[in-house]
Design a protein around this ligand. Structure first.
Ligand SMILES: *Cc1c(COP(=O)(O)O)cnc(C)c1O
Length: 455
């Protein structure tokens, strides 16, 4: 048990550019389609929702995108984030594998989300936006955008999925501390919210519903724009600072991963750590396995269809080709709220179709067991979402033990769980159950997928 456990970089090692995997893909991504016409969307179609700089990033084929100085300066508050070698966890597992983790919980909001919240607020400010409207699941994205809004003097309105709003009151308090307004979704403030409440006054909400509410408000208000914390190409690109730093940190350690593990909700923290490595491989570099881990109760990559679908329940967003459970699918109310999305980032879906990544689904209690074991070895209490990555990494380490292989495993510890201690309390009390989605509901949601002429 000797040797280094922490790999620190200097401020000057913060990447100067984000990495766009689109430049290296052997097959191009299917285009997003207009929800009304079914035709590919152009930049102007998206202009009511996003500033042009982000729309151009969304559609860009260029590999490297310069990070604005002001964004890089703000990144310096918590970046480069630390990478650790989990020596005590390795010892507890008695595995010959080496386990490294990149820790994104050091950001002000406690997760990887500020990596994209800051540039999104920056570009909006540049183009004259006054108000940002968004949705949030567990509250990590809402609090990250609230923080970014405070830095750039933007009003921030957050529609928070009702089940999380009730489970996680402190996330709302954090958003309000940063100056944002947080509303439980479905709400009475929008036509989309009212339509859901009419059908089901007790709706627990979903990310798909909350997105409809936020998009509706942004589209109807001239000075307001919409911001999304995952799924979209530009969001995944902003997160690549994580993987690019990890490449340098593993160089310091004299290592290169055989396996990368990340949890997937919409795919942004996973893409953030994995895409720079997959890019290396696509350009002729070293091969590796990449494993996406998702909840068994919302199994988008492992059970969803790869098809065009809407990003939201109200069908206000463009249709994108992705792994989806159907836009009307409402997953059960398990604790990893950040992983309760019916779809998956088109880029993550696409690289799975190309065979560049694998996916796996776990139930929540086995993920909490993994998170508790991790905390007792490494001291950091992971977010419930991050527990899926921890579980995936531990399983890889145990496989290495069974096979007698000393592989190198890297995973993204994408956030801490300090606002999620109620979930841990429930777990210790034996009150966390392994929820299964309703097969009938899933079949119905999939049957409702839009038919698309372009396919
Ligand atoms: C939002 C969030 C997720 C899920 O989103 P991705 O885009 O898939 O990363 C996972 N973990 C944490 C800690 C989050 O805040």
């Amino acid at each position: 048990m000797s040797g280094q456990i922490k790999y620190n970089l200097d401020e000057k090692d913060i990447p100067t550019h984000w990495y766009n995997i689109m430049a290296d893909l052997p097959v191009p991504l299917a285009p997003p389609l207009h929800p009304g016409t079914g035709q590919p969307v152009g930049p102007d179609d998206l202009a009511p929702l996003f500033p042009m700089a982000l729309i151009m990033q969304e559609m860009s084929p260029d590999r490297d995108h310069e990070i604005p100085d002001q964004v890089r300066d703000i990144y310096k508050q918590w970046r480069p984030s630390p990478m650790f070698r989990a020596r005590r966890l390795e010892a507890a597992l008695d595995t010959p594998a080496k386990i490294y983790y990149k820790y994104e919980g050091v950001s002000p909001a406690g997760s990887h989300k500020p990596n994209t919240a800051i540039p999104q607020a920056y570009y909006n400010k540049q183009e004259g936006t006054k108000r940002l409207v968004t949705e949030t699941g567990a509250g990590q994205w809402g609090s990250s955008l609230a923080y970014a809004g405070a830095l750039f003097d933007l009003q921030v309105d957050v529609y928070m999925v009702k089940v999380s709003f009730q489970q996680k009151p402190y996330r709302k308090a954090l958003m309000e501390t940063y100056g944002a307004r947080c509303v439980a979704s479905p709400s009475n403030e929008t036509a989309s919210g009212r339509a859901i409440l009419e059908q089901d006054p007790d709706s627990r909400g979903s990310l798909g519903i909350a997105i409809s509410e936020a998009v509706e408000v942004a589209a109807q208000n001239e000075d307001a724009k919409y911001a999304l914390g995952s799924v979209l190409n530009h969001v995944l690109m902003h997160q690549t600072v994580v993987g690019m730093e990890a490449i340098k940190q593993l160089e310091m350690a004299g290592d290169y991963p055989d396996v990368i593990v990340g949890c997937t909700g919409g795919g942004s923290n996973f893409a953030g750590i994995a895409f720079p490595f997959i890019g290396n491989k696509l350009r002729g570099g070293q091969d590796l396995r990449v494993v996406a881990v998702e909840p068994a109760a919302c199994p988008t990559l492992t059970r969803g269809q790869f098809a065009y679908d809407y990003g939201d329940t109200g069908h206000l967003t463009p249709m994108v080709k992705m792994h989806t459970l159907g836009s009307t699918f409402i997953p059960p109310g398990f604790h990893a709220g950040g992983l309760r999305y019916h779809g998956m980032g088109p880029l993550v879906s696409h690289v799975q179709e190309l065979g560049l990544i694998e996916s796996k689904a776990y139930h929540q209690t086995e993920c909490f067991a993994a998170g508790v074991q991790f905390a007792r070895c490494e001291g950091i209490v992971p977010a419930p979402e991050a527990n899926h990555a921890v579980k995936g990494a531990i399983d890889e380490a145990l496989r290495c033990k069974a096979e007698g292989k000393s592989e190198t495993i890297l995973f993204n510890l994408c956030g801490h769980g300090h606002f999620d201690m109620q979930a841990y309390t429930d777990y210790f009390a034996g009150n966390l159950v392994d929820l299964d989605y309703d097969e009938g509901e899933l079949a119905m949601a999939l049957a409702g997928l839009p038919s698309v002429a372009a396919e």
